[in-house]
Design a protein around this ligand. Structure first.
Ligand code: PGA
Length: 249
């Protein structure tokens, strides 16, 4: 069974002084449940100051996005090598907000995940359906397509440290969490699809985490489901109290 991961995605929040304040508090509170991996993904601007605070702790650093080239004329983009150089261990790829507002496609996800893995970053690939797609009954078609193209043609090294985040878009930042049963059904489908693509030994071990309004009040019921190996958390990751409470499931 994969080791659980609780990951915080700060999105476009926190100045450097706010980041330092939050992480200083978090370090004091987060001494429990060390059988769970912990990661925070601040905005790019705070990666360096946060790294200095977490480098000797159990908290890993992550980035929220990455470009697929190592360097070049891509104004405004950040490369996998740059993230690695700043101390990042993880990178979130294909978050629904990147897909919706910044045209990130499944093909981009595939290129970014390969480039990130080649730079020794651990990719967390996000997939999930909209409310319309769920209501139309096409959830599994959407997830299947995102996996088929997003995880296409991966070499061993590119998939070794891969995690998947199932994030139903209708549950992100809305306060509506998928019920544990809905989430578990999607996670089971994802594991089956990955088994089809890459075989059981790999699929059995891949970490599939859930995201969408995860809070201290619902983490235990989500984590008690088979196939849910952790959480990708937005809103509740912004405060040390609520984020540290997620490790008490
Ligand atoms: P939320 O965000 O926890 O605020 O719903 C989750 C995410 O977007 O990863």
């Amino acid at each position: 069974m994969p080791k659980p991961l609780i990951a915080g995605n700060w999105k476009m929040n926190k100045t450097n002084s706010e980041a330092v304040e939050m992480v200083t508090q978090l370090k004091e509170k987060l001494n429990k449940n060390s059988d769970v991996d912990a990661m925070i993904a601040p905005p790019y601007t705070a990666l360096s100051v946060v790294y200095d605070l977490v480098k000797d702790t159990r908290i890993s650093l992550g980035a929220q996005n990455v470009h697929h080239e190592i360097s070049g004329a891509y104004t405004g983009e950040i490369s996998p090598l740059m993230l690695r150089d700043l101390g990042c261990e993880y990178v979130i790829i294909g978050h629904s907000e990147r897909r919706k507002y910044f045209s990130c496609s499944d093909e981009d996800v595939n290129k970014r995940l390969k480039a990130a893995a080649r730079a020794d970053l651990k990719p967390i690939v996000c997939i999930g359906e909209t409310l319309k797609e769920r209501e139309e009954g096409s959830t599994f078609d959407v997830l299947g397509r995102q996996l088929k193209f997003g995880l296409k043609d991966l070499f061993d090294r590119e998939k070794e440290f891969l995690s998947i985040a199932y994030e139903p878009i209708w549950a992100i930042g809305t306060g509506k969490t998928a019920t544990p049963a809905i989430a578990a059904e999607a996670h089971k489908f994802i594991r089956e699809k990955i088994t089809e693509m890459y075989g059981a030994p790999f699929a059995d071990d891949i970490r599939i985490i859930y995201g969408g309004s995860v809070k201290p009040g619902n983490i235990s019921s989500l984590m008690s489901e088979q196939n849910i190996d952790g959480a990708l958390v937005g809103g509740a990751s912004l405060e040390a109290d609520s984020f540290s409470a997620l490790f008490d499931f």
